[in-house]
Design a protein around this ligand. Structure first.
Ligand SMILES: [Zn+2]
Length: 330
């Protein structure tokens, strides 16, 4: 007898419609009623959830213009009647069961602390086996695979070193960001950095500051600063952000100011990012400082630089830095 393929959304009726997604390898496979509801933005929460597990919530027709995190339809023309059994599971419902919890993690826009903590309660080896088999076998989907790598980065760390080493050695450009985070958490610092820096060589000069920030900030390594010294050809605010998160010292800042542009402007941006308030959440969470500072030198050093390069950006930076000395230097 032929095996009946079930609709991915309701998981009750037989599948009889294939609808394209943004992921060519993985179309939606649905029954007629679920297909109609998908196109009308009126899936029931559990149907949205079942699809998000397979296709990620970032997929067109599932994303957050149309549905909330609990699968509630926002934009539907018809009222979506939700009975108890149509509800999507909550974290509380799934946290004890590893496979269900990994499913749940895929349906979130971001891998947040509550899900990370729940995953950390499970046996690391089992979690690694489970994440690895989904990545290798179960899914073709780039977003879903990326989430597996985020779990490696945020939950598994060094226990996943063997697998991460295999992955970084197969040059897979489509996973540059999450694989860089996994490398930062799982591999020894020098090994991880070397791989990521090698991969960044294929990024264009224009895109490099942003890509480098995303790929390297999680290393929190002053070796990133050595690399920046030979790499930065233009000022970009992301260079300052990256340097602020890479354990900068006062001696390094003085050297950069002496070298002149563009690295001197990056030094000022680095120090400015160590001032509280008005900075991106990622930087704020790390509360970076300029380390090992001889505080008696700060004011003169910055004013000397201002004499040489007194453009408005420098004036603003120097005044921000001097007004926030207590936050910035230690
Ligand atoms: Zn269905």
């Amino acid at each position: 007898m032929e095996k009946v393929v079930l609709c991915e959304a309701c998981q009750k009726n037989a599948m009889d419609v294939v609808e394209d997604t943004d992921e060519p390898k993985q179309p939606y496979q649905l029954c007629q009623p679920c297909h109609k509801r998908l196109l009308n933005n009126s899936l029931r929460p559990i149907e949205w959830y079942n699809l998000a597990v397979l296709h990620s919530p970032k997929q067109f027709l599932l994303h957050d213009d149309f549905y909330g995190e609990d699968g509630q339809a926002f934009q539907s023309e018809d009222d979506v009647i939700v009975t108890k059994e149509d509800k999507a599971p909550t974290l509380q419902d799934v946290r004890q069961d590893l496979a269900s919890l990994i499913n749940f993690s895929i349906t979130r826009w971001f891998l947040e602390d509550d899900v990370i903590d729940a995953l950390k309660q499970h046996d690391q080896q089992r979690t690694l086996d489970s994440v690895q088999s989904r990545f290798d076998e179960t899914t073709q989907h780039i977003e879903v695979k990326s989430r597996m790598l985020e779990i490696v980065a945020d939950v598994l760390g060094t226990s996943a070193a063997g697998w991460v080493r295999e992955l970084v050695n197969q040059a897979d450009e489509e996973f540059l960001y999450p694989l860089s985070w996994a490398a930062a958490s799982s591999l020894p610092e020098d090994e991880g950095l070397q791989h990521v820096i090698e991969k960044l060589k294929s990024i264009s000069e224009k895109e490099l500051p942003t890509a480098a920030f995303i790929c390297l900030y999680r290393f929190h390594s002053n070796k990133v600063l050595n690399w920046m010294e030979v790499t930065c050809t233009h000022f970009h605010v992301h260079w300052g952000r990256l340097a602020a998160l890479s354990c900068p010292t006062w001696d390094r800042m003085k050297t950069w100011l002496d070298k002149g542009r563009p690295i001197s402007l990056i030094a000022l941006e680095t120090m400015t990012h160590c001032a509280k308030g008005n900075r991106p959440v990622l930087v704020e969470q790390c509360s970076p400082k300029i380390l090992h500072t001889d505080k008696s030198e700060v004011e003169n050093t910055l004013n000397d630089y201002l004499q040489k390069d007194g453009v408005p950006r420098v004036k603003t930076n120097v005044s921000t830095i001097l007004n926030n000395k207590e936050d910035i230097f230690e």
